[in-house]
Structures are given as C-alpha cells and as structure tokens.
Design a protein around this ligand. Structure first.
Ligand code: XUL
Ligand code: CO
Length: 448
C-alpha cells in the first residue's frame, strides 16, 4: 500500500533520545510482564471518531486539523479513504484493536434505509481490510446523540418514534458487530438523561432504556452475536442529569432491571473525574461487583471542568489503573484500552496523531511496569491484609460472617474507655504511603 501517512512505523527506542516523540520508550509488545506479554495486558485500541473524524474544534473556534484525506470532497469517497488511512494508521502505530460508532464511518442518507446502505458499503471495506490485517474490533456502538432527532434522548426520548428510530439503528449496529466479530458492544448514554424534572417522567424513561437493553440482549441471542455488552458511565455532558452517572449508579440500574448478568462496564478516566471520582475508584467499584468490562483511556484537566479527552500522560494515574488490572488478572474478559482521546488544537498535524498515541501507550506501558513491581514486592497487599486483620479471628470473624448480633457488639463496647479504642486502630501514615507509590514510579522506571 502507498505510504498514506508519510511516516515510518513507530519503533521501540527505549531510553534513546526521542525528542520528536515518534518512538516508544516503554511499550514493547512482546516484553513479558507479570507472566504475560505487554500487548496482552494493554490491548490498545484506536477510537475512530477522535482520530479520523475530529477536526480539533473547540467551542470558540473552527477545527485546525490537517489530515492526509482532506483532499476528498465526495462524502462516500472520503469515508472509504478514511478506512484505508485508519488501517494504515493502526499498522504503523502497532495497535491491534479499533473502535467506532456507526455514524463515524459513513454519512447519513435521507432515510435509515439509505443510511444503512452507505454504512454497509463502508463496512464491506472495513471487513476486507480487517481480513488482510488481522485487526480486531474491540467494540462498536451506535451514535444515538449527534443527530437533531435525539434532542430529548434516544431510548429515553419522550417520543415513541424517536425511541423506535434508535432501536432500528441499534439493530443494524448489532448486525455489524456480528459481522466484524466485535469483542464488546458499548452503550454510552449520550442524551439519555434530563435537564429538568418539571417536564420529565424519570421512572418511565428509565423503564424505556431498560427495555431497550433487554431487546439488545434478545437480538444478540437471535443472531448469535457473541459480544460482551458494556455500559459507559458519564455524569454530565450533554445532559445535566445522566442516568448512567457513574459505576455505582450504572450497577444499581443494571441490577434493578435484571440486566447485570448481560452487562459489564466500560470506564473512562475523564468521566470518573467529572463524577467526582478517581479513575481507580471507578475501576475498583466495578471490580467489587464483578463487572469490569473495558477501559476508555484518557484523562481530564484538573483546572477545567469538562470532558477534555486528553491523551493519558499522568503516570500516577496509569500506575493506579494498571495496579487494578494486574490485581484483576485482565482489564475484563474481553477488555482493552481504547484511546477515547484527541490531541490539543495546537497539535494539528497528521504526525501529532501518532505522537499523542505514543504518549498514551507509553504512559500505560510505564504504569504496567511500575504496578508489576509493586505487586511483586507485595508491600501494599501486606499492608491491606494487616489493616483488616482484626476481622480474621474472634469477634471480628463473627462480624465478617454476619453472625455477631447488635447485642454482642454492645456488650463488647459498653465499658471500653475511649483511649483504648483509638489504640485498637492502626495509624496509616497515609502521606508516606502516597510517597511510596511515587518512589515506585521513579525507581521502577529507572530500572526499566
Ligand atoms: C463520550 C464518550 C463516547 C463513548 C462512546 O464522552 O466517551 O465517545 O466512548 O460513545
Ligand atoms: Co468514552
């Protein structure tokens, strides 16, 4: 194939000078870390929407992006050319997975039938290049938020015809998932929320989206689609109140409607921050419920309160994420790290798409190396075991087993002087513990 990006495949350069940012310092796909090749722990995916469609607009200005397919004017020619560029991008970057929304791939027609026809032409081309390249579809999804028809929601729209349209769109996306062998199928709630309760029947809207998910599960069974369904929580943007606010809210919703057996979660760093959580918190909550599915890899900006979708570069955060993943044994049965991220407006060249992915991949590879070292040393695990040790025997063990009555707890406590109770706890030296993690980052990477 012609050199569509005018760039060499990204090499591993280790600690050599990589000022240009077009080489990996830490990501070595075949390097064995904690018993598995790095590539198996990390399963990086490129997000079609940000990488190939995003023009780097912001609310105050037009896009700055320069892309090698900007010369195509016919929308279908452009759509097909983007697929060629996408697969060449994956190869040069060295990623094995990709993700897309239906509407990322092809322009809409006048009717759903016409839209599907456009989409299928492009999906044919994706299927051809997938067969040639061996790329895996980490997940696909339906864009149920961009088109004006979804102004008041899709599955939760107050208007039955809009819900129906969303269902029709979903059906076709599930067929594409089946055709391309998707590992997962994602639902991000987009406009599934509300602005104001005076005009909203919250219970009815939640019932409707639950029905929508049940129909998706039924149809997947009908067509033999073997993909893991995922919900991607996000607290705000675009609506004030999103029904899938955070991991805990999404888990409660899934359990309420009997969907927890069929769904897991796709968790995103920037979304976690918008919900007032850390990325690690969201992952731990999902793990505790046995519902960690996959990860959208990005980060927010501490000073700006919206969804910036920055490429991950914060090693403290990637270490925490990979700590959770190592403890879990994988990101999820079929999970990966999808770069739901875009370069900043000032990084507008085509090469910057490579550079920014290199930053994200290296940040996670570094996080993996550090977390692996921490697990090897067992310092944190031992500390946590010791912290909860009082539940291992005697009264604590009876509390743990749920057999201690309140009367027993009262008898135990009535005559204990306050000072003795503080002595029964254990100081954490929390500041030192945080420094321990920072020291691991410095030292593990110095040795890497
Ligand atoms: C939006 C977001 C989406 C989902 C897929 O904030 O994260 O791109 O990942 O619809
Ligand atoms: Co996302």
């Amino acid at each position: 194939m012609a050199d569509l990006w005018n760039i060499d495949p990204i090499p591993f350069v280790g600690k050599q000078d990589v000022k240009e940012g077009l080489g990996f310092r830490y990501f070595q796909p075949d390097k064995i870390v904690s018993g598995k090749p790095m590539a198996d722990w990390l399963r990086f995916a490129v997000a079609y929407w940000h990488t190939f469609n995003q023009r780097l607009v912001d609310p105050f200005g037009a896009g700055t992006a320069q892309r090698p397919y900007d010369t195509f004017t016919d929308p279908m020619d452009l759509a097909l050319a983007k697929v060629d560029h996408a697969f060449e991008f994956y190869r040069k970057l060295g990623v094995k997975f990709f993700c897309f929304h239906d509407r990322d791939l092809a322009p809409e027609g006048d009717t759903l039938r016409e839209t599907n026809r456009n989409l299928d032409r492009v999906v044919d081309h994706v299927a051809e290049l997938q067969a040639e390249s061996g790329m895996t579809l980490l997940w696909n999804t339906s864009d149920l938020f961009t088109n004006p028809r979804f102004e008041a929601g899709a599955a939760t729209s107050p208007f039955a015809k809009v819900h129906a349209y969303a269902g029709g769109q979903l059906k076709h996306s599930l067929e594409i998932a089946k055709r391309l062998g998707a590992q997962n199928y994602v639902f991000w709630g987009g406009r599934e929320g509300y602005e104001n309760l005076w005009n909203t029947d919250l219970k009815r809207e939640q019932d409707h989206i639950a029905t929508f998910f049940h129909k998706a599960v039924d149809y997947a069974h009908e067509i033999g689609l073997d993909a893991q369904f995922l919900i991607e929580p996000k607290p705000k943007e675009p609506t004030t109140h999103q029904y899938d606010f955070d991991a805990a809210t999404a888990i409660a919703f899934l359990k309420t409607y009997g969907l927890d057996g069929d769904f897991r979660l796709n968790l995103e760093g920037n979304h976690a921050n918008l919900a007032g959580h850390t990325y690690q918190h969201e992952i731990r909550v999902a793990r505790a419920a046995g519902m960690l599915g996959s990860l959208d890899a990005n980060q927010g900006d501490k000073l700006l309160g919206w969804d910036l979708d920055e490429f991950p570069s914060d090693l403290y955060e990637t270490t925490a994420v990979m700590w959770e993943v190592l403890d879990e044994g994988s990101i999820g049965p079929r999970g990966g790290l999808n770069f739901d991220a875009k370069p900043r407006r000032t990084s507008f060249t085509a090469e910057d798409l490579f550079r920014s992915h290199v930053v994200g991949m290296d940040a996670f590879a570094a996080g993996l190396l550090v977390a692996a070292k921490m697990h090897e040393d067992h310092y944190i695990e031992d500390l946590v075991v010791e912290r909860y040790g009082s539940y291992d025997s005697g009264l604590g063990a009876r509390i743990d087993a749920g057999t201690a009555s309140l009367a027993e707890l009262e008898a135990e406590s009535l005559d204990v002087p306050q000072a003795n109770l503080l002595a029964a706890t254990r100081p954490d030296h929390l500041e030192s513990l945080k420094a321990t993690v920072s020291n691991y980052i410095v030292e593990a990477l110095a040795q890497a």
